[in-house]
Design a protein around this ligand. Sequence first.
Ligand SMILES: Cc1cc2nc3c(=O)[nH]c(=O)nc-3n(C[C@H](O)[C@H](O)[C@H](O)COP(=O)(O)O)c2cc1C
Length: 193
Amino acid sequence: MDKTPSPAMPAPAISASTATPAAPHDPAAPLKTLLIVYHSMTGGTQQMAEAACRGASQEPGVHVRLLHASQAGAADMLAADGVMFATPENLAAMSGQLKDFFDRSYYGVLDRANGRPYACMVCAGSDGTQAARQVARIATGWRLKAVAEPLIVCTHAQTQAAILAAKQIDAADLTRCEALGRALAAGLAMGVF
Ligand SMILES: Cc1cc2nc3c(=O)[nH]c(=O)nc-3n(C[C@H](O)[C@H](O)[C@H](O)COP(=O)(O)O)c2cc1C
């Protein structure tokens, strides 16, 4: 598993979860690659992406790559069998750095990743639907296949101080992110998408 720490906030170590063990990987089956691309300003989305990475990493037949949006590009998309996008909602939009990833990658990926599965996670103060809608529009342009509803976590940050403060996503929400990552990876490993 590759992990590229966020330039804004160093990524904590990712440890294996103690949840139900996955079936052992059949060595004859090809390893699938799941790419998780994220950006985070105050740490919430980063924790969500790391939780998804933990969940996905429980699938033995899947190689998980967790990349900050600034480190990811078209080649990473093309090398992946499936992808998870994770972004804060800022100003009723996905974050600028995730948008920059799409802007840099869009034409390098267009018509070369048709049908690949994806899921999206949004960390928002109170909404999150606008960022999810934008990601879905771009994913539709790439002809990716949505395999889950967007997972939105609201931090309820409303004041200027709360919005700018470092976030701590609660355990229940991280469990949801972990489950989504694991489900995406399991579907890839089984070839059901
Ligand atoms: C400039 C700015 C604009 C924001 N706009 C929105 C918004 O439109 N909708 C919303 O629900 N939250 C909004 N928020 C709140 C963030 O989504 C929230 O703080 C979230 O936890 C950020 O994720 P992060 O911790 O990964 O950076 C905004 C935050 C900032 C800094």
